[in-house]
Design a protein around this ligand. Structure first.
Ligand code: TMP
Length: 212
């Protein structure tokens, strides 16, 4: 057990992760809980280089699915060892924009790597480390992608076909339903309602943490 807590926001493109993160920051600030932010892939200088490699659509050669999978976990390893674990040990809370559930959904669901492969790489990289709480913003691929398109240019992964995102979505839902530390929020609701649910989950989590 570390003194800090790791809270992760997950969801497909256009689900509203950025504004969810701001809502969490507000609650932590109200409780005077010190925190840092991370994002995946990325979050350290080296991991940010890996992020550029994985998101760029401008490579001369095709990035293989295997490379994509390994780069996601390479980035996660850098972030975990160099930022997340040291922060938690100091008692800081960490708000993560994506974590392992993204790989499970995009590479496991979208790219169809089987669970055995996913577990093997996750075990090597994370050694059993898990977020304390994950808020999964659930949105249909159609609505999410139309929001992402309205924001501007799509990255390499965002250019995938609809079937890919349908598999990602199905895997997110399947895994979220199985894990009591993952709270699903309907992200197609009005922003005020989404934020209210986020406030409630974070308040409940903080109060339970104070009692333990
Ligand atoms: P975003 O966080 O800016 O949305 O971009 C990250 C992209 O990378 C997004 O399309 C989801 C994808 N991704 C994976 O495919 N696997 C992962 O493990 C992570 C963290 C992200």
């Amino acid at each position: 057990m570390t003194p800090g807590k790791f809270i992760v926001v997950e969801g497909m493109e256009g689900a509203g992760k950025s504004s969810a993160i701001k809502a969490i920051e507000q609650v932590l600030a109200q409780h005077q809980i010190p925190y840092i932010n991370t994002r995946e892939p990325g979050g350290t200088p080296l991991a940010e280089e890996l992020r550029n490699m994985v998101k760029s659509a401008a490579h001369d050669e095709k990035l293989t699915q295997e490379t994509e999978l390994l780069l996601m976990y390479a980035s996660r390893s850098q972030l975990l060892e160099n930022r997340i674990l040291p922060a938690l040990k100091q008692g800081l809370w960490v708000i993560g924009d994506r974590h392992d559930l993204s790989s499970r959904a995009y590479q496991g669901g979208g790219r169809q790597f089987n669970e055995e492969v996913m577990n093997a790489i996750a075990n090597v990289t994370l050694k059993g480390f898990k977020p304390d709480l994950t808020l999964y913003l659930d949105i249909s691929p159609e609505l999410g992608l139309s929001r992402a398109q309205a924001r501007g240019q799509l990255d390499r992964i965002e250019q995938e076909k609809m079937e890919f995102f349908e598999r990602v979505h199905a895997k997110y839902r399947e895994l979220s339903a199985k894990d009591e530390d993952i709270k699903t929020i309907d992200a197609s609701q009005a922003m005020a309602e989404v934020h209210q649910e986020i406030f409630n989950h974070i308040e409940t989590f903080i109060n339970a943490d104070k009692k333990s």
